[in-house]
Design a protein around this ligand. Structure first.
Ligand code: FE2
Ligand code: FE2
Length: 277
């Protein structure tokens, strides 16, 4: 099924804790009114605990629009990432790990991604085995993304990541940690498949927008970034995709001005750990 417009809302790094239940309910309700799809770009829990995911699941359960997401590094902290994904899947979130999902003519591909740095500063697979293993993880995530994009066919392709595929959207973080915020190995499949737009999180102090070398828009939708950059707007990003159009990119419209009211119940505390992405 295709329609005239598909409105996508994106947010990342909500870092739900054991006591977060209810914190994001007002925001999720607002998103469900303004958008057709909710995208969650990782670090959905704070310490990677299934119990934290259950708190989030309770707040997502009333959301009646489709949801799609990827996990972040925090969701792996306790080795409970599979349970976290299952708990979120049970309330209707399409969790992507090299998978695809399609909605009204828009294709979504998602992976967590990994770190290793950008451009000429990217870590190479040379020397000690542990360095090769580290680089291998980023390569594997890139290959998973490539494989997913290859399955989507000719349509608007939206990519969800946790880590950044470009340097521009981590600008603002201390330069010393840039290599831990993403990997330009993720940019290769994005460019090759002429993706419509990319959404990621992880860089809590990064920049909200950037572009790949081929001009594909990349948006850092980290909750903390959105709060800092757009203090007068609710902390999610809203986009419109027109599935019937075939032109290159003009159908995605970053909407700077949210039409709805400002969130009146601020989810304070949801993004407390800004120093830990
Ligand atoms: Fe993260
Ligand atoms: Fe985070």
């Amino acid at each position: 099924m295709t329609g005239p417009v598909v409105r996508l809302a994106a947010v990342a790094d909500i870092h739900y804790s054991k006591t977060s239940q209810g914190v994001m309910l007002p925001l999720f309700a607002q998103i469900a009114e303004a958008a057709d799809v909710l995208m969650l770009c990782g670090d959905l829990t704070d310490y990677g605990l299934t119990e934290e995911a259950r708190q989030l699941a309770k707040d997502l359960a009333p959301v009646k629009i489709p949801m799609v997401g990827v996990l972040g590094n925090h969701d792996f902290e306790a080795g409970q990432e599979q349970d976290i994904a299952r708990v979120l899947t049970d309330v209707g979130v399409h969790m992507l790990d090299g998978d695809t999902w399609e909605y009204r003519g828009v294709g979504f591909a998602g992976v967590r991604g990994f770190c290793g740095g950008f451009g000429r500063g990217a870590l190479g697979p040379w020397g000690e085995k542990i360095i090769k293993d580290f680089v291998h993880e980023a390569v594997q995530e890139s290959l998973k993304l490539e494989s997913a994009l290859a399955r989507l066919g000719e349509q608007h392709r939206i990519v969800l990541l946790h880590y950044s595929p470009i340097r521009a959207t981590v600008e603002g973080e201390p330069p010393e940690i840039f290599p831990f915020l993403g990997s330009s190995r993720l940019e290769d499949p994005i460019s090759r498949f002429d993706v419509t737009a990319v959404f990621h999180g992880h860089a809590h102090k990064g920049a909200p927008e950037g572009k790949t070398q081929t001009g594909i828009p990349v948006y850092n939708v980290s909750y903390a970034v959105l709060k800092a950059q757009y203090p007068d707007q609710p902390p999610y990003r809203l986009f419109e995709v027109h599935p019937e159009t075939q032109e290159e990119h003009p159908s995605v419209t970053p909407i700077a001005e949210h039409a709805g009211r400002r969130a009146t119940d601020r989810p304070a505390g949801a993004a407390k750990k800004q120093q830990s992405s």
